[in-house]
Design a protein around this ligand. Sequence first.
Ligand SMILES: Nc1nc2c(c(=O)[nH]1)N[C@H]1C(S)=C(S)[C@@H](COP(=O)(O)O)O[C@H]1N2
Ligand SMILES: [Mo]
Length: 415
Amino acid sequence: MDDTLSRRSLITGAAATAGSLLASPSRASDPAITEIQPWNQELGSPVDAAPYGMPSQHEADTVRRNVEWLTADTTSSINFTPLHRLEGIITPNGLCFERHHSGVADVDPAKHRLMVNGLVDKPLVFTMEDLQRFPRENKIYFLECAANSGMEWRGAQLNGCQFTHGMVHCVMYTGVSLRTVLAEAGVKATGKWVMPEGADAAAMTRSIPMEKALDDCMIAFAMNGEALRPEQGYPLRLVVPGWEGNMWVKWLRRLEVGDMPWHHREETSKYTDLMADGKARRFTWEMDVKSVITNPSPQAPVTHGKGHTVLSGLAWSGRGTIKRVDVSTDGGRNWVTARLDGPSHGKALHRFYHEFDWDGGELLLQSRAIDSDGNVQPTKDALRAVRGTESIYHNNGIQTWHVRRGGEVENVEVG
Ligand SMILES: Nc1nc2c(c(=O)[nH]1)N[C@H]1C(S)=C(S)[C@@H](COP(=O)(O)O)O[C@H]1N2
Ligand SMILES: [Mo]
Protein backbone atom coordinates (compact mmCIF):
# COMPACT_ATOMS: atom_id res chain seq x y z
CA MET A 1 0.00 0.00 0.00
CA ASP A 2 1.36 3.38 -0.93
CA ASP A 3 0.19 5.79 1.71
CA THR A 4 2.02 8.73 0.23
CA LEU A 5 -0.20 11.69 -0.44
CA SER A 6 1.55 13.30 -3.38
CA ARG A 7 1.66 17.04 -3.89
CA ARG A 8 -0.44 16.61 -7.04
CA SER A 9 -3.26 14.66 -5.37
CA LEU A 10 -3.22 17.16 -2.52
CA ILE A 11 -3.72 20.06 -4.91
CA THR A 12 -6.36 18.39 -7.13
CA GLY A 13 -8.05 16.99 -4.03
CA ALA A 14 -8.28 20.45 -2.56
CA ALA A 15 -9.73 21.86 -5.76
CA ALA A 16 -12.37 19.12 -5.90
CA THR A 17 -13.71 19.93 -2.43
CA ALA A 18 -15.10 23.31 -1.36
CA GLY A 19 -12.02 24.61 0.47
CA SER A 20 -8.58 23.61 1.61
CA LEU A 21 -7.93 20.15 2.96
CA LEU A 22 -5.85 21.64 5.71
CA ALA A 23 -7.97 24.50 7.03
CA SER A 24 -11.55 24.45 8.26
CA PRO A 25 -14.15 26.88 6.80
CA SER A 26 -15.97 26.83 10.16
CA ARG A 27 -13.08 28.88 11.60
CA ALA A 28 -14.74 32.05 10.25
CA SER A 29 -16.37 32.38 13.69
CA ASP A 30 -13.21 31.48 15.61
CA PRO A 31 -12.60 34.15 18.33
CA ALA A 32 -8.93 34.08 17.30
CA ILE A 33 -10.08 35.71 14.05
CA THR A 34 -13.15 37.70 15.22
CA GLU A 35 -11.68 39.18 18.43
CA ILE A 36 -8.90 41.76 18.45
CA GLN A 37 -6.01 40.37 20.48
CA PRO A 38 -4.06 42.39 23.11
CA TRP A 39 -0.88 42.35 20.99
CA ASN A 40 -2.84 44.08 18.26
CA GLN A 41 -3.82 46.95 20.58
CA GLU A 42 -0.84 47.57 22.84
CA LEU A 43 2.66 48.77 22.06
CA GLY A 44 5.28 46.07 22.03
CA SER A 45 8.62 46.04 23.86
CA PRO A 46 11.35 48.49 22.79
CA VAL A 47 14.53 47.58 20.87
CA ASP A 48 16.70 47.87 23.98
CA ALA A 49 14.59 45.37 25.97
CA ALA A 50 16.73 42.37 24.99
CA PRO A 51 20.29 43.19 23.85
CA TYR A 52 20.78 39.45 23.45
CA GLY A 53 17.47 38.07 22.18
CA MET A 54 15.63 35.09 23.61
CA PRO A 55 12.93 32.89 22.01
CA SER A 56 9.24 33.68 22.49
CA GLN A 57 7.88 32.96 25.99
CA HIS A 58 5.53 30.51 24.24
CA GLU A 59 8.50 28.32 23.29
CA ALA A 60 9.45 27.60 26.91
CA ASP A 61 9.27 23.84 26.22
CA THR A 62 12.12 24.06 23.75
CA VAL A 63 14.92 23.42 26.22
CA ARG A 64 17.74 20.98 26.90
CA ARG A 65 16.75 18.36 29.46
CA ASN A 66 18.72 15.91 31.60
CA VAL A 67 17.73 12.52 33.01
CA GLU A 68 18.12 12.61 36.78
CA TRP A 69 18.96 8.94 37.42
CA LEU A 70 21.55 8.79 34.63
CA THR A 71 24.45 10.41 36.49
CA ALA A 72 25.28 10.85 40.18
CA ASP A 73 25.36 14.65 39.89
CA THR A 74 24.76 17.30 37.23
CA THR A 75 28.39 18.49 37.01
CA SER A 76 29.90 15.38 35.48
CA SER A 77 26.80 14.79 33.45
CA ILE A 78 24.91 15.20 30.22
CA ASN A 79 21.84 16.93 28.86
CA PHE A 80 19.96 16.39 25.62
CA THR A 81 19.09 18.43 22.52
CA PRO A 82 15.28 18.85 22.08
CA LEU A 83 15.32 17.37 18.57
CA HIS A 84 11.50 17.16 18.45
CA ARG A 85 11.24 20.98 18.65
CA LEU A 86 13.79 21.80 15.94
CA GLU A 87 13.61 22.34 12.19
CA GLY A 88 16.18 22.15 9.40
CA ILE A 89 19.69 20.90 10.15
CA ILE A 90 21.26 23.59 12.36
CA THR A 91 21.05 23.32 16.15
CA PRO A 92 20.66 26.71 17.86
CA ASN A 93 23.61 27.38 20.15
CA GLY A 94 21.56 27.46 23.36
CA LEU A 95 20.06 24.04 22.61
CA CYS A 96 23.21 22.04 21.79
CA PHE A 97 23.41 19.08 24.21
CA GLU A 98 26.24 19.28 26.74
CA ARG A 99 28.58 16.62 27.99
CA HIS A 100 31.11 17.56 30.64
CA HIS A 101 33.36 15.41 32.77
CA SER A 102 34.02 18.24 35.25
CA GLY A 103 31.46 20.93 34.53
CA VAL A 104 31.68 24.01 32.30
CA ALA A 105 35.04 25.77 32.56
CA ASP A 106 34.84 29.58 32.70
CA VAL A 107 37.88 30.55 30.61
CA ASP A 108 39.17 34.12 30.12
CA PRO A 109 40.13 34.29 26.42
CA ALA A 110 42.82 36.90 27.16
CA LYS A 111 44.56 34.35 29.38
CA HIS A 112 43.88 31.34 27.18
CA ARG A 113 46.79 29.78 25.27
CA LEU A 114 47.14 26.91 22.84
CA MET A 115 50.43 25.07 23.11
CA VAL A 116 51.74 22.76 20.38
CA ASN A 117 54.55 20.52 21.63
CA GLY A 118 55.98 17.00 21.52
CA LEU A 119 57.43 15.65 18.28
CA VAL A 120 57.53 19.00 16.48
CA ASP A 121 60.39 21.08 15.05
CA LYS A 122 59.52 24.12 17.17
CA PRO A 123 57.10 24.02 20.12
CA LEU A 124 54.72 26.99 19.87
CA VAL A 125 52.29 28.83 22.12
CA PHE A 126 49.41 30.73 20.51
CA THR A 127 47.13 33.40 21.92
CA MET A 128 43.54 33.59 20.66
CA GLU A 129 44.58 36.60 18.60
CA ASP A 130 47.45 34.64 16.99
CA LEU A 131 45.04 31.87 15.96
CA GLN A 132 42.65 34.33 14.38
CA ARG A 133 45.40 35.50 12.00
CA PHE A 134 45.48 32.14 10.20
CA PRO A 135 43.19 31.61 7.18
CA ARG A 136 39.72 30.59 8.39
CA GLU A 137 37.20 28.05 7.20
CA ASN A 138 33.46 27.57 7.79
CA LYS A 139 32.07 24.03 7.95
CA ILE A 140 28.82 22.43 9.07
CA TYR A 141 29.27 19.23 11.08
CA PHE A 142 27.28 17.09 13.50
CA LEU A 143 28.80 16.06 16.81
CA GLU A 144 27.40 12.86 18.32
CA CYS A 145 28.41 11.39 21.68
CA ALA A 146 29.36 7.73 21.25
CA ALA A 147 26.87 6.96 24.06
CA ASN A 148 23.91 8.44 22.15
CA SER A 149 21.07 5.84 22.22
CA GLY A 150 23.27 3.87 24.63
CA MET A 151 20.43 3.39 27.12
CA GLU A 152 18.44 1.58 24.41
CA TRP A 153 20.81 -1.38 23.87
CA ARG A 154 18.75 -3.79 25.99
CA GLY A 155 15.32 -2.55 24.92
CA ALA A 156 13.10 0.49 24.47
CA GLN A 157 13.61 2.66 27.53
CA LEU A 158 13.37 6.43 27.27
CA ASN A 159 10.21 8.10 26.01
CA GLY A 160 11.29 10.79 23.60
CA CYS A 161 13.77 11.32 20.79
CA GLN A 162 15.31 14.06 22.95
CA PHE A 163 16.46 11.30 25.32
CA THR A 164 17.02 8.41 22.91
CA HIS A 165 18.82 10.46 20.23
CA GLY A 166 19.48 13.93 21.69
CA MET A 167 23.24 13.57 22.25
CA VAL A 168 23.77 15.06 18.82
CA HIS A 169 24.02 18.62 17.56
CA CYS A 170 24.95 20.23 14.25
CA VAL A 171 26.34 23.73 13.86
CA MET A 172 28.52 25.75 11.49
CA TYR A 173 32.04 26.03 12.89
CA THR A 174 34.46 28.82 12.10
CA GLY A 175 38.11 28.21 12.79
CA VAL A 176 41.51 27.22 11.50
CA SER A 177 42.37 23.82 10.06
CA LEU A 178 44.42 21.69 12.43
CA ARG A 179 46.72 20.98 9.48
CA THR A 180 47.65 24.68 9.29
CA VAL A 181 48.52 24.93 12.98
CA LEU A 182 50.52 21.68 12.97
CA ALA A 183 52.44 22.80 9.87
CA GLU A 184 53.42 25.99 11.68
CA ALA A 185 55.14 23.90 14.38
CA GLY A 186 56.43 21.30 11.90
CA VAL A 187 55.49 17.69 12.71
CA LYS A 188 58.50 15.34 12.92
CA ALA A 189 58.48 12.15 10.83
CA THR A 190 58.02 10.11 14.04
CA GLY A 191 54.88 12.10 15.00
CA LYS A 192 51.96 9.72 14.41
CA TRP A 193 49.38 10.90 16.94
CA VAL A 194 47.98 14.24 18.06
CA MET A 195 46.89 14.38 21.68
CA PRO A 196 44.59 17.30 22.46
CA GLU A 197 44.15 18.41 26.08
CA GLY A 198 41.39 20.53 27.61
CA ALA A 199 41.77 23.39 30.11
CA ASP A 200 38.84 22.17 32.25
CA ALA A 201 39.30 20.48 35.63
CA ALA A 202 39.05 17.11 33.83
CA ALA A 203 42.07 18.11 31.67
CA MET A 204 40.42 15.84 29.13
CA THR A 205 42.92 14.17 26.79
CA ARG A 206 42.25 12.10 23.68
CA SER A 207 44.40 10.61 20.91
CA ILE A 208 43.87 11.31 17.24
CA PRO A 209 45.78 9.53 14.47
CA MET A 210 47.90 11.94 12.40
CA GLU A 211 46.07 10.96 9.21
CA LYS A 212 42.77 12.26 10.61
CA ALA A 213 44.47 15.31 12.16
CA LEU A 214 45.82 16.32 8.75
CA ASP A 215 42.57 15.50 6.96
CA ASP A 216 39.57 17.59 8.11
CA CYS A 217 40.04 18.47 11.80
CA MET A 218 39.57 22.09 12.84
CA ILE A 219 40.42 24.32 15.77
CA ALA A 220 37.15 26.25 16.11
CA PHE A 221 36.48 29.50 17.95
CA ALA A 222 32.97 30.20 16.65
CA MET A 223 29.72 28.28 16.15
CA ASN A 224 26.72 29.46 14.15
CA GLY A 225 28.34 32.85 13.61
CA GLU A 226 29.16 33.78 17.21
CA ALA A 227 31.86 32.85 19.70
CA LEU A 228 31.61 29.28 21.03
CA ARG A 229 29.31 28.98 24.04
CA PRO A 230 31.08 28.20 27.36
CA GLU A 231 29.26 24.82 27.36
CA GLN A 232 30.80 24.01 23.98
CA GLY A 233 34.39 24.87 24.95
CA TYR A 234 34.75 28.67 24.80
CA PRO A 235 37.06 30.02 23.59
CA LEU A 236 38.51 27.06 21.61
CA ARG A 237 37.50 23.51 20.75
CA LEU A 238 38.74 20.75 18.53
CA VAL A 239 36.42 19.64 15.71
CA VAL A 240 36.88 16.02 14.60
CA PRO A 241 34.30 15.62 11.80
CA GLY A 242 32.30 12.39 11.73
CA TRP A 243 34.13 10.94 14.75
CA GLU A 244 32.74 10.30 18.23
CA GLY A 245 32.15 13.33 20.45
CA ASN A 246 34.68 12.54 23.17
CA MET A 247 37.55 13.38 20.78
CA TRP A 248 36.25 16.92 20.21
CA VAL A 249 38.20 18.34 23.16
CA LYS A 250 36.69 21.55 24.56
CA TRP A 251 38.56 24.47 26.15
CA LEU A 252 41.48 23.22 24.02
CA ARG A 253 44.82 24.32 25.50
CA ARG A 254 47.42 21.86 24.21
CA LEU A 255 48.20 19.62 21.27
CA GLU A 256 50.97 17.16 21.95
CA VAL A 257 52.38 15.30 18.98
CA GLY A 258 53.46 11.77 19.91
CA ASP A 259 54.49 8.42 18.45
CA MET A 260 51.82 6.43 20.31
CA PRO A 261 48.35 7.20 21.61
CA TRP A 262 47.59 8.23 25.21
CA HIS A 263 45.42 5.19 25.70
CA HIS A 264 48.49 2.98 25.29
CA ARG A 265 49.97 4.79 28.26
CA GLU A 266 46.81 5.18 30.32
CA GLU A 267 43.48 3.45 30.67
CA THR A 268 42.19 1.31 27.84
CA SER A 269 38.78 0.46 29.22
CA LYS A 270 36.98 3.71 28.35
CA TYR A 271 35.44 4.37 24.97
CA THR A 272 35.62 0.80 23.81
CA ASP A 273 32.62 -1.33 22.82
CA LEU A 274 32.17 -4.32 25.11
CA MET A 275 30.76 -7.25 23.13
CA ALA A 276 28.90 -10.41 24.23
CA ASP A 277 32.05 -12.56 24.33
CA GLY A 278 33.75 -10.10 26.69
CA LYS A 279 36.05 -8.79 23.97
CA ALA A 280 35.97 -5.09 23.30
CA ARG A 281 35.94 -3.29 20.01
CA ARG A 282 38.49 -0.45 20.00
CA PHE A 283 39.25 2.47 17.76
CA THR A 284 35.61 2.65 16.72
CA TRP A 285 35.83 6.35 16.09
CA GLU A 286 33.63 6.91 13.05
CA MET A 287 29.97 7.44 13.82
CA ASP A 288 27.77 5.01 11.90
CA VAL A 289 24.89 5.91 9.58
CA LYS A 290 21.83 6.71 11.68
CA SER A 291 18.42 8.40 11.58
CA VAL A 292 15.46 9.14 13.81
CA ILE A 293 11.92 10.39 13.25
CA THR A 294 11.66 13.54 15.35
CA ASN A 295 7.96 14.20 14.62
CA PRO A 296 5.73 12.45 15.49
CA SER A 297 7.57 11.13 18.55
CA PRO A 298 6.67 10.59 22.23
CA GLN A 299 7.17 14.27 23.15
CA ALA A 300 5.48 15.39 19.92
CA PRO A 301 2.23 13.41 19.53
CA VAL A 302 -0.21 13.83 16.61
CA THR A 303 -2.77 16.32 17.90
CA HIS A 304 -4.63 17.19 14.67
CA GLY A 305 -6.46 13.90 14.18
CA LYS A 306 -6.53 11.89 10.99
CA GLY A 307 -5.74 13.26 7.56
CA HIS A 308 -2.76 15.07 6.17
CA THR A 309 0.25 14.48 8.40
CA VAL A 310 3.86 15.65 8.12
CA LEU A 311 6.44 13.17 9.35
CA SER A 312 9.89 14.72 9.83
CA GLY A 313 13.28 13.48 10.92
CA LEU A 314 17.07 13.68 10.91
CA ALA A 315 19.71 11.44 9.34
CA TRP A 316 23.51 11.53 9.53
CA SER A 317 26.68 9.55 8.93
CA GLY A 318 30.29 10.00 9.99
CA ARG A 319 31.32 8.60 6.62
CA GLY A 320 29.80 11.16 4.26
CA THR A 321 26.44 12.50 3.16
CA ILE A 322 23.01 10.85 3.36
CA LYS A 323 21.95 9.44 0.02
CA ARG A 324 18.49 8.14 0.94
CA VAL A 325 16.13 7.73 3.86
CA ASP A 326 13.32 5.16 3.83
CA VAL A 327 10.29 5.45 6.08
CA SER A 328 7.90 2.71 7.23
CA THR A 329 4.55 3.23 8.94
CA ASP A 330 4.02 -0.50 9.59
CA GLY A 331 7.07 -1.50 11.61
CA GLY A 332 9.41 -2.22 8.70
CA ARG A 333 7.22 -4.39 6.45
CA ASN A 334 6.76 -1.73 3.75
CA TRP A 335 9.07 1.16 3.01
CA VAL A 336 8.71 4.38 1.03
CA THR A 337 11.49 6.80 0.14
CA ALA A 338 11.41 9.95 2.24
CA ARG A 339 11.97 13.40 0.79
CA LEU A 340 15.33 14.95 1.72
CA ASP A 341 15.16 18.73 2.01
CA GLY A 342 17.78 21.34 2.80
CA PRO A 343 21.54 21.35 2.29
CA SER A 344 23.49 18.09 2.14
CA HIS A 345 26.90 18.46 3.76
CA GLY A 346 29.23 15.54 4.51
CA LYS A 347 29.26 14.57 8.21
CA ALA A 348 26.31 16.90 8.89
CA LEU A 349 22.68 16.36 9.80
CA HIS A 350 20.22 15.91 6.93
CA ARG A 351 16.49 16.69 7.17
CA PHE A 352 13.87 14.34 5.73
CA TYR A 353 10.10 14.48 5.38
CA HIS A 354 7.30 12.07 4.54
CA GLU A 355 3.86 13.58 3.98
CA PHE A 356 1.06 11.04 4.34
CA ASP A 357 -2.65 10.71 4.91
CA TRP A 358 -3.16 9.21 8.39
CA ASP A 359 -6.28 7.04 8.59
CA GLY A 360 -6.34 7.42 12.37
CA GLY A 361 -5.18 3.83 12.95
CA GLU A 362 -2.15 2.57 14.85
CA LEU A 363 1.24 3.11 13.24
CA LEU A 364 4.71 1.73 13.84
CA LEU A 365 6.99 4.45 12.48
CA GLN A 366 10.56 3.69 11.47
CA SER A 367 13.26 5.41 9.43
CA ARG A 368 16.29 3.80 7.77
CA ALA A 369 19.16 5.89 6.43
CA ILE A 370 21.66 5.01 3.70
CA ASP A 371 24.88 7.03 3.39
CA SER A 372 27.06 8.00 0.42
CA ASP A 373 29.37 5.09 1.29
CA GLY A 374 26.50 2.62 0.82
CA ASN A 375 26.13 1.83 4.54
CA VAL A 376 22.56 0.96 5.55
CA GLN A 377 21.26 1.66 9.05
CA PRO A 378 20.65 -1.76 10.70
CA THR A 379 17.71 -2.96 12.80
CA LYS A 380 18.40 -3.15 16.54
CA ASP A 381 18.19 -6.96 16.37
CA ALA A 382 20.76 -7.13 13.56
CA LEU A 383 23.02 -4.90 15.62
CA ARG A 384 22.61 -7.03 18.77
CA ALA A 385 23.35 -10.21 16.79
CA VAL A 386 26.81 -8.81 16.07
CA ARG A 387 27.53 -6.72 19.15
CA GLY A 388 25.42 -8.19 21.96
CA THR A 389 23.85 -5.95 24.61
CA GLU A 390 26.78 -5.18 26.91
CA SER A 391 27.92 -2.14 24.99
CA ILE A 392 26.91 1.43 25.71
CA TYR A 393 28.42 2.95 22.60
CA HIS A 394 27.64 3.20 18.90
CA ASN A 395 23.99 2.16 18.87
CA ASN A 396 22.76 3.22 15.41
CA GLY A 397 19.81 0.79 15.27
CA ILE A 398 16.47 1.67 13.67
CA GLN A 399 14.12 3.38 16.14
CA THR A 400 10.41 2.47 16.31
CA TRP A 401 7.67 4.84 17.50
CA HIS A 402 4.19 3.42 18.17
CA VAL A 403 1.48 5.93 17.24
CA ARG A 404 -1.80 5.08 19.01
CA ARG A 405 -5.29 5.87 17.73
CA GLY A 406 -5.49 9.00 19.86
CA GLY A 407 -2.21 10.23 18.42
CA GLU A 408 -0.03 9.57 21.50
CA VAL A 409 3.38 8.12 20.66
CA GLU A 410 5.49 5.60 22.57
CA ASN A 411 9.02 4.18 22.30
CA VAL A 412 8.71 0.48 21.39
CA GLU A 413 10.57 -2.32 19.65
CA VAL A 414 9.14 -4.64 17.03
CA GLY A 415 9.97 -8.19 15.92
N1 LIG B 1 37.71 19.35 27.82
C1 LIG B 1 36.66 18.52 27.62
N2 LIG B 1 36.31 18.22 26.36
C2 LIG B 1 35.27 17.39 26.11
C3 LIG B 1 34.54 16.79 27.18
C4 LIG B 1 34.92 17.14 28.52
O1 LIG B 1 34.34 16.71 29.51
N3 LIG B 1 35.99 18.01 28.69
N4 LIG B 1 33.53 15.91 26.89
C5 LIG B 1 33.62 15.23 25.58
C6 LIG B 1 32.47 14.41 25.24
S1 LIG B 1 32.35 12.87 25.93
C7 LIG B 1 31.56 14.82 24.27
S2 LIG B 1 30.32 13.81 23.76
C8 LIG B 1 31.64 16.17 23.66
C9 LIG B 1 30.34 16.92 23.90
O2 LIG B 1 30.38 18.15 23.28
P1 LIG B 1 29.27 19.25 23.62
O3 LIG B 1 29.26 19.46 25.10
O4 LIG B 1 29.61 20.43 22.81
O5 LIG B 1 27.95 18.64 23.18
O6 LIG B 1 32.71 16.94 24.19
C10 LIG B 1 33.89 16.21 24.47
N5 LIG B 1 34.94 17.13 24.83
MO1 LIG C 1 30.64 11.69 24.79
